[in-house]
Ligand binder design. Structure first.
Ligand SMILES: Nc1nc2c(c(=O)[nH]1)N[C@H]1C(S)=C(S)[C@@H](COP(=O)(O)O)O[C@H]1N2
Ligand SMILES: [Mo]
Length: 497
């Protein structure tokens, strides 16, 4: 029973912290704050593992893991405090409060950021004190005492959950980030509408353009950064002649272009879904760099973000004519909060971790010798061009198939373009798939192949060749350190037609 009191104390602490956090623009629940630091400190094999096992649910898994650990600690503290000495309870809660406060105080809000941790800890202590002594004096062994206790615990949990859920509900409502009121400026030379020929429109096949709400999301931020566009600034500095500082208004007023670019995460496993295609709007990075006047001895563009994430990629990639964009729009809308509002970078042909930085605040010209971006010390490659890849979308794994079916999928080799895709049934010969029309060399291409399924179990395999003539290697490799390789296969069950 003392254990239940401990867990209730922790729940109350987190619930109150969440509620308090709702009352400041940059205040955060210490659980998220500490979680972010755990993510930053975690060894890369663990992150790699988390992404490969839980995919884009990796954060939910982390939070669940933290919650279970916390519950065990809380139960122990409860037992120690109520059965041994109350001082253990004070000590235990103080440790958590201090960890929360310490990790918060480094943030943009300054000292006031410890408020959620402090008030949360006090709530936890309050719960412990309330039950301290009461357990024994009220005679838990008697039915009446037990009923009172269980009622109080039940009410306590209800109260703590209400505070937490209320806080969640209020957060972002008290201090809304006005993305709706932000409208995209017109583009002088808008791209024509996407031709129908790029999309076969097959059920189960990823659409050519990924809707914003379906776009994969990968980042190390547990709670989405909320940047007010009215105070936003982008600084371009480092090895440049004239440092530039641009407000969101400044960026919006500059000439805009649109570009269709397929983004890919380096953590994408063979057959994985960490890839999506959008029409991005923004300004070309090379014109901004030219305006700043880059020092020719700089060889790395480093990006810094509000969540302390950093990216880094070769200067020549920014200036070789591809559409590297300081982007403010995605599929005709301002960037969604999860995808970097108000400003991010999108660079065709490079995996997202080095280039597609969200919530961007600084672009710094430097050298590869002088700086390693976020993932490099964690074992990922410094240079990260996207590898040629192809995926079977339909039929799905272990689908029952019969008669005439269409095998279809997508293939990508950004900045080279896809030349052909071949498909093999079991150990048969490679058959050339039909490709949807190419749009440009920075987007993926759909492919399809009709097939008459025969009874029994079949393995379907695909492989792509890019416009330089390179074919995907059969050799399987893990995403670490510079992207997965290998052919994607699915097993299907043929039934008599
Ligand atoms: N600020 C910030 N930007 C980031 C990241 C991050 O953790 N923080 N992750 C990168 C990674 S690994 C990828 S694959 C892309 C994914 O962009 P998306 O979430 O819009 O699909 O964002 C990149 N930009
Ligand atoms: Mo990524």
């Amino acid at each position: 029973m003392a254990a239940a009191v401990g867990v209730l104390a922790a729940t109350a602490a987190i619930g109150v912290a969440e509620l308090v956090a709702a009352f400041g623009r940059n205040l955060r629940n210490p659980l998220f704050d500490v979680g972010d630091r755990v993510i930053d400190a975690a060894p890369s094999w663990l992150k790699d593992f988390a992404i490969s096992v839980f995919g884009t649910n990796d954060k939910i898994a982390l939070l669940a893991g933290i919650s279970i650990l916390l519950a065990v600690f809380a139960a122990t503290i409860g037992v120690l405090a109520l059965r041994r000495r109350f001082a253990y309870g004070i000590g235990g809660i103080a440790v958590f409060g201090l960890i929360g406060a310490a990790s918060a105080v480094a943030g943009p809000e300054g000292p006031i950021a410890i408020l959620p941790s402090v008030l949360g800890s006090l709530a936890g202590l309050g719960v412990l004190a309330w039950f301290d002594g009461g357990l024994t004096s009220r005679g838990f062994e008697e039915d009446a005492g037990r009923r009172v206790f269980l009622t109080q615990i039940g009410l306590g949990f209800a109260g703590a959950m209400t505070a937490g859920i209320g806080g969640r509900f209020l957060s972002g409502r008290l201090f809304p980030v006005n993305t709706d009121g932000t409208s995209l400026p017109a583009v002088a030379n808008p791209l024509p509408e996407l031709p129908e020929s790029v999309d076969f429109g097959i059920d189960g096949l990823a659409p050519f353009q990924t809707p914003n709400t379906d776009f994969y999301r990968i980042d190390t931020a547990l709670s989405v950064p909320r940047i007010d566009p009215s105070t936003y600034q982008l600084r371009i500095h480092g090895m440049v002649e004239n440092e530039l500082t641009l407000s969101y208004e400044d960026l919006v007023r500059r000439p805009q272009i649109e570009s269709d670019i397929t983004l890919t995460c380096v953590s994408n496993e063979v057959g994985g879904r960490l890839v999506g295609n959008a029409r991005w709007q923004g300004m070309p990075l090379d014109t901004l760099l030219a305006e700043a006047g880059e020092d020719p001895s700089a060889d790395q563009v480093v990006e810094r973000c509000v969540d302390d994430y950093t990216g880094g990629f070769p200067v020549e990639v920014a200036t070789d004519g591809r559409d590297a964009l300081v982007a403010i729009g995605m599929n005709g809308e301002p960037l969604p909060l999860e995808h970097g509002f108000p400003v991010r970078l999108v660079v065709p042909g490079l995996y997202g971790y080095v280039s597609a930085t969200k919530w961007l605040t600084e672009i710094e010209l430097t050298t590869f010798d002088a700086f390693d971006q976020y993932w490099v010390p964690r074992g990922w490659a410094e240079r990260a061009p996207i590898k040629i890849s192809s995926r079977i979308d339909t039929p799905g794994a272990f689908a029952n198939v019969s008669g005439d079916v269409v095998i279809a999928g997508v293939a990508w080799a950004q900045t080279r373009g896809i030349e052909s895709v071949e498909v093999r049934i079991d150990d048969g010969s490679w058959q050339e798939a039909e490709l949807a029309a190419p749009l440009n060399d920075t987007t993926w291409r759909q492919w399809k192949l009709p097939w008459t399924a025969t009874p029994g179990r079949h393995t379907i395999t695909c492989r792509a060749t890019d416009a330089t003539g390179e074919t995907q290697t059969e050799q399987r490799s893990r995403p670490m350190p510079d992207g997965s390789t290998g052919w994607h296969s699915v097993v299907v069950m043929g039934e008599a037609a």
